[in-house]
Design a protein around this ligand. Structure first.
Ligand code: PPS
Length: 572
């Protein structure tokens, strides 16, 4: 490979001048509007600011086909990722080819206009196979393609009016031309970019520093803050971590800038795309690691891509990308020498102690509040991570009772609440069926739709409580398994969801008939009564099932307490 130096001339943007933008904004108010999704806002930002240079808008059908089939636009230019404007069928039908539309952010601010030159229904299965390697919903981008993206794609050139608004970390966000100007000002002729969606630990700091030294270049830490893999550490936490790590590099060698990219986790193609984006940002070198932008396991439990597929594809297209690949060294801690070394350069492997902590092990230690050694990560980083991922015994959680009317849910839930309040430490909120129907859902009846709405409301409140570190105890009938699963998913983003099936039989509930409702249900005076004239899906895998026949309330509540202890949610 030849020694690269950057050409820091500005690259083309899609924005019009400030004056024209003001005018266009007024005119665009009369156009048909498309409300951009969060992912489309990310794509639009990089289209407009030149991050996706040479694209001039959302892909046309011809360009899309070329990109899907052989990673090239219709004119032959290398471009690996479909940047498409997906919309609903209804919206697609409401416009005509040749028409200008306004692209608005989620608050309704007009960011751009687009002349719609193309409209087509893509073959999504084909896109999944060719771009992501398999039509398998376990891949986050394939899942997005099938279950979130609209059915129709629109293509055409974009005219930029204004950048998407960001209120966070404004000083850390740079357009390609802003970075180019910065490098020009500082005389940085060679710049290695490091792409990341994870917190940086000492191994990363060592490897990026080494990469820059080897290339005799400066270093740009270029983390993605747009959209990353579901479940990643949020970007607020990560940026605070990056700022701490930035202080560990020799002054004036390294800088950091935030990239509002929506990642696709497309491995090899994603690496090529990342390279093109970094070339646009004025970088000369790009670090590509093992399993770059990997999506995890497929539905058969296997990797989607080989560990070095990304490096191979990148190497193949390096000249065209216009950026030199620096392959990632696997850095490990050598205890005897108290330093990081590249694994494949250690000659006395058998005589030294080689240490490493995997991502999974790190998450376990955070969850259990265990030690994270200083050789692994910087104390500032660990303390930020501990704030966002406190040990389980300090996180919020939800206990969700489900069962027939009169099964004993409310009574056990009340007993559990006072036991938890006796222990103290976290605020406890009881969302009892009757209470919720009085305060949150007073207009609802008992049709499937209304029951689902009721449960989704309970789930929403419980997820907010859980997010804020409290304990939510819910005690509705919640007869539908799919609705319970949806609530579980809402809550598990923030903390544990403990489903407790109060398994009192319908015969026993009817025999007890505390409120006299079963009698009325039998007489047909109450319709759609759960267990009598309405369905109940018995939970297949609840965290706990309690039998109330022959067991007193105190003991039932105690069983829940024991379960919470065994899950690490409360300390004995
Ligand atoms: S659901 O299905 O989860 O929305 O039900 P929920 O909000 O828990 O409300 C159940 C309570 O409402 C009373 N009730 C009925 N239950 C079931 N079916 C019908 N048709 C019905 N009509 C009124 C009943 O008292 C339930 O209270 P609990 O506490 O469960 O006994």
């Amino acid at each position: 490979t030849h020694p690269m130096q950057n050409n820091l001339a500005p690259i083309p943007e899609l924005y019009v001048s400030y004056e024209s933008a003001q005018k266009l904004k007024v005119e665009a108010a009369d156009l048909t509007s498309h409300d951009l999704t969060p992912r489309q806002i990310c794509d639009l930002e990089l289209l407009m600011n030149g991050g996706f240079n040479p694209l001039k808008g959302f892909l046309t059908e011809e360009d899309y086909n070329g990109v899907v089939e052989n990673m090239r636009l219709a004119d032959g230019t290398l471009w690996p990722m479909p940047i498409t404007l997906d919309v609903s069928e209804e919206f697609a039908q409401s416009i005509e080819i040749g028409q200008d539309i306004a692209l608005r952010d989620q608050e309704g601010v007009i960011l751009a206009t687009m002349t719609v030159t193309d409209r087509w229904e893509p073959n999504k299965a084909r896109e999944a196979e060719k771009v992501f390697g398999a039509d398998d919903d376990a891949h986050p981008a394939v899942n997005y393609l099938h279950n979130t993206a609209g059915k129709i794609y629109l293509g055409g050139p974009v005219t930029g009016i204004q950048q998407p608004v960001h209120y966070d970390f404004r000083a850390r966000r740079d357009t390609p031309n802003e970075l180019r100007a910065y490098f020009r000002k500082l005389g940085w002729r060679k710049v290695v970019a490091f792409q990341t969606r994870n917190p940086l630990h000492r191994a990363h700091q060592e490897l990026t520093f080494r990469a820059a030294k080897e290339a005799q270049a400066n270093l740009l830490i270029h983390p993605v803050v747009g959209m990353t893999k579901p479940g990643d550490v949020d970007h607020f936490t990560r940026v605070r971590c990056y700022e701490a790590v930035l202080d560990k590099y020799p002054a004036a060698t390294t800088t950091m800038s935030l990239l509002n990219l929506a990642m696709r986790m497309a491995g090899p193609r994603e690496a090529v795309w990342h390279g093109l984006i970094r070339a646009n940002h004025g970088c000369t070198h790009f670090i590509v690691g093992r399993d770059h932008a990997g999506p995890g396991k497929n539905s058969q439990g296997e990797d989607f891509y080989g560990p070095y597929d990304a490096q191979d594809l990148f190497r193949e297209h390096q000249e065209e990308i216009g950026i030199e690949m620096v392959d990632f060294k696997h850095m490990v801690w050598v205890a005897e020498r108290a330093q990081y070394e590249p694994m494949d350069e250690i000659e006395d492997k058998d005589e030294v102690t080689i240490l490493n902590i995997s991502g999974t092990e790190l998450r376990r230690r955070l969850a259990e509040g265990l030690e994270i050694p200083e050789w692994f990560s910087f104390p500032e980083v660990v303390s930020e991570l501990r704030k966002t991922r406190p040990p389980r015994a300090q996180q919020g959680f939800t206990v969700f009772f489900t069962g027939f009317s009169g099964s004993g849910k409310s009574t056990i839930a009340n007993a559990l609440m006072v036991k938890l309040m006796e222990m103290g430490g976290r605020p406890v909120t009881l969302l009892d069926g009757d209470l919720v129907r009085k305060n949150l859902s007073s207009e609802l009846g008992f049709s499937k739709e209304h029951r689902d709405l009721n449960i989704r409301r309970i789930g929403y409140v419980a997820s907010e409580i859980t997010k804020n570190g409290g304990i939510a105890i819910c005690a509705p009938i919640a007869p539908y398994a799919t609705t319970r699963r949806a609530v579980r998913e809402d809550i598990e983003q923030f903390g544990a969801f403990v489903e407790v099936h109060v398994a009192t039989s319908i015969e026993e509930c009817e025999r007890r008939d505390r409120k006299g409702l079963y009698k009325l249900a039998r007489e047909g005076k109450i319709k759609e009564f759960t267990g009598i004239s309405d369905p109940y899906d018995v939970p297949a895998n609840p965290e706990l099932r309690v039998e109330t026949e022959g067991t007193d309330v105190d003991n039932c509540a105690h069983q829940v307490i024991l379960k919470l202890e065994s899950m690490g949610l409360i300390k004995a």
